[in-house]
Design a protein around this ligand. Structure first.
Ligand code: ZN
Length: 254
């Protein structure tokens, strides 16, 4: 998990914070069912093994103007969060309702919401996303040596690509941007912004995980499942290819 936005910084931006840390609630202004839908999605994503421990972070847009994100607080188990435990966060990343701190990763959620007009952002720490993103940036001999900060991972020729909005044939490819990990989230968000408009509803952070998004929560969840499938398929395909090549080198099997 990333560092959280310091409580002091949040409190100073929210003068109405009570002594117990609870902020004035906006829960009654939330779109009906949104908090329940988000916690159900988080529990399902956890069941898939894509956000073990307290990993991952998940948000949806509760209001576009002014911009308000509904999300889980930092450092909690995302499979067990109740709807009334969610927090609401403003455009600056400050908590405006609910108890708890906003993850520093909120900066990247906000960048995606603003740049892509996304209605939900789902960030996982899956094995496949962690493994392949690191390989794409650091372990791929086909990349130029100066690719220290950004690379990409191409997913090509598969029927499941059609699950990404805007793709209608398997005979194509999606190029996922891959950024080097950074504990300075505002800086990471600034590096991500120019890559977001052309990204296929997803972005990888090396050795860290996947961000997937969509116009609403259901659409983002669909893109997340598709991208996680494609990542899973990709490393298995690479393993199979390596095993096949290894076999052809064994004299007794030639
Ligand atoms: Zn993360």
């Amino acid at each position: 998990m990333m560092e959280s936005i310091p409580a002091a910084a949040v409190a100073s931006a929210s003068p109405d914070v009570a002594a117990d840390g609870r902020r004035p609630g906006l829960t009654s202004e939330l779109p009906p069912g949104l908090a329940e839908d988000l916690t159900e999605a988080m529990a399902e994503i956890h069941r898939r093994g894509w956000c073990d421990g307290t990993g991952g972070n998940f948000s949806c847009v509760a209001s576009r103007e002014p911009l308000v994100l509904l999300m889980a607080p930092s450092g909690v188990h995302k499979g067990r969060v109740r709807p009334d435990e969610l927090i609401q966060v403003d455009r600056s990343g400050g908590v405006i309702a609910g108890s708890g701190k906003a993850s520093a990763e909120t900066a990247l959620h906000l960048a995606i919401v603003e740049t892509c007009r996304a209605g939900a952002v789902l960030h996982t720490h899956s094995q496949a996303g962690t493994l392949l993103s690191q390989w794409a940036l650091e372990g791929n001999p086909q990349l130029p040596a100066d690719t220290a900060q950004a690379g990409s991972l191409e997913l090509t020729g598969l029927e499941m690509l059609k699950g990404l909005e805007g793709i209608h044939t398997h005979a194509t490819s999606a190029r996922l941007p891959v950024l080097a990990n950074d504990q300075d989230l505002p800086q990471l968000a600034a590096r991500a912004r120019p890559l977001l408009p052309a990204a296929p509803h997803g972005l990888l952070i090396a050795g860290h995980g996947l961000y997937a998004w969509g116009r609403d929560l259901a659409n983002a969840h669909r893109h997340l499942e598709i991208l996680e499938f494609l990542l899973e398929q990709r490393w298995r395909q690479m393993l199979l290819q390596a095993l096949s090549q290894h076999r052809t080198l064994q004299p007794e099997q030639v």
